[in-house]
Design a protein around this ligand. Structure first.
Ligand SMILES: [Fe+2]
Length: 292
């Protein structure tokens, strides 16, 4: 799962490497304990039930409350309508099954447990079958509004909200079907890059104001409130593929569409022509700045 932006509580950029989530031994042991439950599971296997601690529950309550308000002000109408269709508890961390049963009913998607970052072929390709890889661990409690990597809050309050909406789910499936027929890593990375600038960081232009639909923005308390400070460009696949990005900072460039239909049409037109020779056709090579 491509990562998300670190956001310090005061709105400054955080330095991911200095985050206590990377250095606190007790936190790292707990994170590994939760991640280990998902290691080795096949795609679509029932997600493990996690016994969350009171500290983790407190972090969920704090972040869920802050994000709910921030989304209300800065998320696009489609995301807010989707949010209204799903029950995401304020008082406890939902197990995957609690959210997944709602998604399945509305779009056929379920959450499938991941221990952390998943390689592109599996992560993207599984979307064609209605599986979204999601982690279950919770960010470090010392900085509840600041995380340098995806956690259960990102996956539920970002992707979980998307996946109650047929319009969003169709976009995930478009991406999944393309990834399913591609084998070359460099072309899969192209799909991952457009996924990044759309389903993670996309915005819609609503009356001249950028409103968030990307899951990373929806789940980033600091960044969703600073959309006006990014350079917002029109939706353009070629420009996305030529734009390098840093997964540990605010995104300086965002791509805006007029509506989700435009996102689906633009992505669909690009993805249906994609094949294993596409990296060469697009001038991508291992030294390309957007390749990591
Ligand atoms: Fe994500």
């Amino acid at each position: 799962m491509p990562a998300r932006t670190p956001v310090a509580p005061d709105g400054r950029l955080g330095k991911a490497a200095e985050h206590p989530g990377f250095s606190d031994p007790a936190y790292l042991r707990r994170r590994e304990e939760v991640a280990a439950l998902a290691r080795g599971l096949r795609v679509g296997a029932p997600s493990p039930v996690v016994a969350y601690s009171e500290s983790e529950e407190r972090t969920w309550r704090t972040v869920r409350r802050a994000l709910w308000t921030a989304q209300g002000e800065h998320a696009c109408r489609a995301a807010l309508e989707a949010r209204g269709q799903v029950s995401i508890p304020a008082d406890h961390i939902p197990q995957h099954a609690e959210v997944g049963s709602q998604l399945r009913r509305l779009t056929g998607f379920v959450l499938t447990a991941a221990p952390g970052v998943v390689e592109n072929k599996r992560f993207l390709g599984s979307m064609a079958e209605g599986y979204f890889h999601a982690v279950q661990f919770v960010r470090h409690p010392a900085l509840p509004l600041f995380t340098p990597e995806p956690d259960v809050l990102h996956d539920v309050l970002g992707h979980g909200i998307h996946l109650v909406s047929p319009a969003f789910a169709d976009i995930y499936r478009l991406i999944g079907r393309a990834a399913g027929r591609i084998d070359r890593a460099d072309v899969l990375q192209m799909i991952s890059d457009v996924y990044w600038f759309t389903l993670e960081y996309g915005v819609l232009d609503e009356g001249g104001t950028p409103k968030a639909y990307g899951a990373a923005l929806l789940s980033s308390y600091g960044e969703i409130r600073r959309l006006g400070q990014a350079r917002v460009r029109p939706l353009d696949i070629g420009a996305m593929l030529g734009t390098a990005y840093d997964i540990t900072g605010y995104q300086p460039v965002l791509f805006a569409a007029r509506c989700l239909h435009e996102v689906a049409d633009t992505l669909g037109g690009f993805l249906e022509r994609l094949d294993d020779d596409s990296a060469a056709r697009f001038g991508r090579h291992p030294g390309h700045p957007a390749l990591r």
